[in-house]
Design a protein around this ligand. Sequence first.
Ligand code: ATP
Ligand code: MG
Length: 571
Amino acid sequence: MKEPNLTDYARLYQHFDWQNERTQLAGLPDGKGLNIAHEAVDRHASGNLKNTVALRFIRKNGSTDDYTYGDLKTRTSKFANLLQSLGLEEGDRVFSLLGRVPDLYIAALGSLKFKAVFCPLFSVFGPEPIFQRLSKGDAKVLVTNTAFYEKKIKGLLDRLPALNYILLTDSPQHLDEKVLSLTKLMGEASGEFSIPPTDPEDPALLHFTSGTTGMPKGALHVHQAVLTHYSTGKYVLDFHEGDIFWCTADPGWVTGTSYGIIAPLVNGVTSIVDEEEFDGLRWYSILEKQKVNVWYTAPTAIRRLMRMEIVPKEKYDLSKLRLVLSVGEPLHAGAVIWGQKAFGVPVLDNWWQTETGGIMIANYSSMEVKPGSMGKPLPGIIAAIADVEGQEIKIYDQPGMQGHLVLKKGFPSLFRGYLHEEERYKKCFKGDWYITGDLAKKDADGYFWFIGRADDIIKTSGHMVGPFEVESTLMKHPAVAEAAVIGKPEPSIGELVKAFVVLKEGFEPTDGMQLELIGFARKTMGPAVAPKEITFIDSLPKTKSGKILRRLLKARELGLPEGDLSTLEKS
Ligand code: ATP
Ligand code: MG
């Protein structure tokens, strides 16, 4: 067993220093600054990782396609050169609309080399959400394929006058002066590119949030975010030389870029990219066949695997697997315990957001895991629970207090703005603190526990109830596969706790089952917090990144407008 990179949390936390992390990265030659693509690709390609596989793509049909660090350097240089030849300027925005195929990764890293700002879009978006993002993001270039272009983009062009070029990955010829063949341009471009001086504060990435609580916001990140990617790769994902890592997230969401592209490459490991969507058996066999050491996935996937009732470590050879990690939503204690048994390795929940650019609070393999907790802040990150209502922020010193989760400003990957929403950005800060919009509590041992998004909190009979707590309880019942909880206005008590429940196969949605679940919750949580109403539902509405859309359940329940549904996963 490999010794974890983080062996003594308390000690590292005390001594951690971002300047010291900076010295472990190369920086551009001749002191010309810090560029993500140089740290992720070029420095490795000029060193002894040149022939090491950086990215292994698994196509839908199961065949694989390897890119070494050396290959990536040449191809991303070509991409940077072609942006130059198209007359782009630093800071211009390059978007992609692609599945998880090599061109997406090359465009991302090539754009960073050129110092364009890269924004990956999730390929399943329909035309309108694509339009909103391209226009809000002032896209100059879009990299896509012919099918998406024909189906989703062509009809938008009149409304996107600032979009200068569309680069088609699969067209051998240019279609006109605006719609060009990426293959042809790549063929003509030089594979040598010298990255221009990059200030650590130069903009690098634009990421739209998941839209779980409303209209997605465009969060802007800078090149020095790479320090967080590097450091969290080392201490949370625990990358070791020679590791095979698999992040299941799509780069259209921040996890798929920060951890599906940047962090593993910066740490010099091999990263698996699967083109296909969730498929439990396929995923298990990828873990086995690719000899994955570290696996980063999401609660929605873990819940689906739990429903399959396979114990993967009994059916598959997972002897290389060291760690399973999860992000995106709360991971309930039951899933942590199931995962530890089913995989035979620690299952580590961690918390962060599009705005924080990288992991902020985490469980570590060398630290006791308290199932259901998000863990402790990363070395270099100061997190606290606070009252944010007054003029000044009030940090709670007492353990166990519920309040807003806040982070001290000043870490490298904190977003530097919401695109075209200056006021909204300003509202996220008070004094030295960034207000995350999530509520949590911190226990006496310093572990953080998620309560809910401030927007989702239910106020009932004088209690503040977080939906996660109720959902986790319901999920302890053997009949429950998934649950989502909302507050429904009820004059006498403020709000009534209402649950939507998906039953496991073999269980019937009867009145008796309803009573049984309400009784079960009342016994476990007490009558004040337990749901008073339960509705059975075939599946929960989720974002395309797999998060439960409670606001949509609530709007439907109350007959209110459904709001922005651009990120709704169609079931
Ligand atoms: P929007 O801001 O548009 O409503 P979003 O907040 O879901 O969407 P993301 O930035 O992708 O968009 O998600 C971050 C949020 O996801 C966090 O603020 C938190 O509410 C939730 N989250 C992420 N990881 C965890 C976790 N480990 N435990 C609990 N909640 C988590
Ligand atoms: Mg958010």
